[in-house]
Structure formats: structure tokens, C-alpha cells
Write a protein that binds this ligand. Structure first.
Ligand code: ZN
Length: 329
């Protein structure tokens, strides 16, 4: 067998990211497609299959062996890893035999994984958690994804829906979350929470540095990224919005630390470029609220794989050998 590689696919509501991944976890060729929103699940499946075929045609050279294709997708999976149980943002995606249909289209072995679990596995394999055996991953974006690796194995829970760390309740009387519950972690620290916090500061006549970016000629839309830019440029009120989100994250992370006693907690996702703004208050709160015997030995660190985490993690099960690639069931 020549040089072994696998294709990882990180599928989301707007983009389909693809990568050819080698046995060392390096992405040596990438692909990117737009998700055909509203066109139905078959169109999405066709787009994923076309992306995989194109990447294989362009990137595989004689002597390489493609072990298979890993697909990371939003939503919890059934315990057998055949279909998605719940996908509120992708109409029609629930319940179709995704793994089998994609394997038939491609004529290759296909493995499914939840997208946040895949990112956790990527960071565990070759990212910020390499060398650890027990890892907690939080991916911050429009929501908060979670992934848990216990003793070298991804933990999915009894029904495939576990590790939804973004939906632990922190404020019982808080705002209603997309999941129907009130006061979930993701309502307090994901990108929309950053934007809401910044809006409150602006409405109160504070965050002058941010106000200059948002208002007037050439004013930009208020996004979490813009708030981060104002914070880095010295706007203390914008920085306080991130620090507040970091404190809420720290409250949750303290509980995760006391439950799982991990070696490493990795903070990634789309807001991860702003992790340095969250990290000081996150660490302080997490340490203050957890057992000393745990927090003195835990590393709370930014993710290292950036945008590649989902792609690398989707491909990882083809390389992580022995029992390690099997999830806890
Ligand atoms: Zn929720």
C-alpha cells in the first residue's frame, strides 16, 4: 500500500469544506463548495459527492491509497452512525440513510460524525489536545458545539446525542435558546450573545471605539468580529463584552472539569480567532469554581487547527488505530 490518505468533509449550513488528509493529520489539498440551501437533501448530497470526486481526481497521485471519506455534519447521529437524528437548520436532512447513500454514490467507505465531535477529534489527534487522553472541546460560533474525548475515545452518549455542551443551563430565567430551553450556555457566549452585549453598550452610549466602526459613512454591520476588532484597538467596553462571555464559559467549564477531570480544554470554532479576549476571564472563573486538584493540572487553550479542525477530525477515524477510533456506545 502506498501513501495512505482520507478525505474529510466538514458540512455546514453555508459551506462544504473538504480536505485530503494524510496519516500525519496534515491537509495537503483543500476544496470548498457552497451548500445548495433550500434545494433539498439530494442536491446537498450531490454537491458533497461532486466535491469529493473533484478533490480525489485533482489530489490523488499514483501510489496513494484513499482509505475512505469522513463526513462531519450538524446534528446528533443515530448510534450506528447511519443518519442524522435532528437538523433544524437543514430541511430534509433528518433520517435519510446518509452514510449508505453517500457510500453508494462514491463507491467508497464513508463514516459519519457530528461536526463538533469531528472538530474535537481533530484537535485531539493533531491539534491543541495531541498527547492528551481526555479532552473537552467547545466550538464557538453562531452556537456552541461540544465534543468529549474520554480515555482516547469519542463519547457520544447512549443515543448519539450526548456532548451538547452548549446547551447546559446557566441561567434558568434567561433567554430562550434555539433548543427550546432558557439560559443555555450558547445564549450567553456565542457570537449572537457578543453582538447583543455590544448592542446594549452602544445603546447606553458606551463603547465609543466600536460606535465609530459601526456608525456614519462606511459604517459596518455589528458582528462579533467587529466587536473583537474594537476591543483589540483599545475599546474597554467592547473588551468587557468578551470578558463577560468568557466568564459564562468559565462557569460551564468549571463544571465540565469537575465532571470529566480532563487534561485539556480546547476552545475553538468561528469565534476562536477572538479566544485571547475570552481566555483570561474564562480561566479565572473555571479555576475559581473547580477542584484545585483538577484545575492545577488542566490546560485551557485555544484550538490549533482553525478552520481545518472539522476536516481533519472527519478523516481521523481512518488513521487512529486500535480501539481509539471506536466511539463509546
Ligand atoms: Zn439550548
Amino acid at each position: 500500500m502506498g501513501k495512505a490518505c482520507a478525505i474529510g468533509v466538514d458540512f455546514g449550513g453555508t459551506r462544504i469544506k473538504l480536505g485530503l488528509v494524510d496519516a500525519g493529520g496534515r491537509v495537503f489539498r483543500r476544496g470548498l463548495r457552497s451548500t445548495p440551501r433550500g434545494a433539498g437533501w439530494e442536491a446537498i448530497l450531490d454537491e458533497i459527492a461532486a466535491g469529493v470526486s473533484e478533490l480525489a481526481d485533482e489530489g490523488l497521485v499514483p501510489g496513494m491509497t484513499l482509505l475512505g471519506v469522513g463526513l462531519g455534519t450538524p446534528g446528533p447521529l443515530d448510534p450506528a452512525g447511519e443518519h442524522v437524528l435532528l437538523a433544524p437548520n437543514i430541511p430534509g436532512w433528518e433520517g435519510i440513510p446518509l452514510r449508505r447513500l453517500l457510500a453508494e454514490r462514491l463507491g467508497r467507505e464513508v463514516r459519519l460524525e457530528n461536526d463538533a465531535n469531528a472538530a474535537a477529534l481533530g484537535e485531539y489527534w493533531v491539534g491543541a489536545g495531541r498527547g492528551a487522553r481526555t479532552l473537552i472541546f467547545l466550538g464557538l460560533g453562531t452556537g456552541v458545539g461540544g465534543g468529549i474525548v474520554l480515555d482516547g475515545r469519542l463519547w457520544r452518549g447512549a443515543h448519539g446525542a450526548g456532548a451538547e455542551l452548549g446547551h447546559v443551563t446557566l441561567d434558568p430565567a434567561g433567554e430562550v435558546c434555539g433548543c427550546g430551553n432558557r439560559g443555555c450556555l450558547e445564549m450567553l457566549c456565542a457570537a449572537p450573545a457578543i453582538v447583543r452585549g455590544a448592542r446594549r453598550a452602544l445603546d447606553a452610549g458606551r463603547a465609543g471605539g466600536l460606535a465609530r466602526l459601526v456608525g456614519g459613512e462606511g459604517g459596518q454591520p455589528l458582528t462579533a468580529e467587529l466587536v473583537a476588532r474594537a476591543a483589540r484597538a483599545g475599546d474597554a467596553d467592547a473588551a468587557a463584552v468578551y470578558a463577560e462571555a468568557g466568564r459564562w464559559l468559565g462557569v460551564a467549564v468549571a463544571s465540565f472539569m469537575n465532571i470529566f477531570d480532563p487534561e485539556v480544554v480546547v476552545i475553538g470554532g468561528g469565534v476562536a480567532g477572538s479566544v485571547e479576549l475570552l481566555l483570561p476571564s474564562l480561566r479565572e472563573e473555571a479555576c475559581r469554581r473547580s477542584f484545585e486538584v483538577i484545575h492545577r493540572n488542566v490546560a485551557i487553550v485555544p484550538a490549533e487547527l482553525g478552520d481545518d479542525a472539522g476536516v481533519v477530525g472527519a478523516a481521523a477515524p481512518f488513521f487512529i488505530d486500535g480501539k481509539e477510533h471506536e466511539a463509546w456506545h
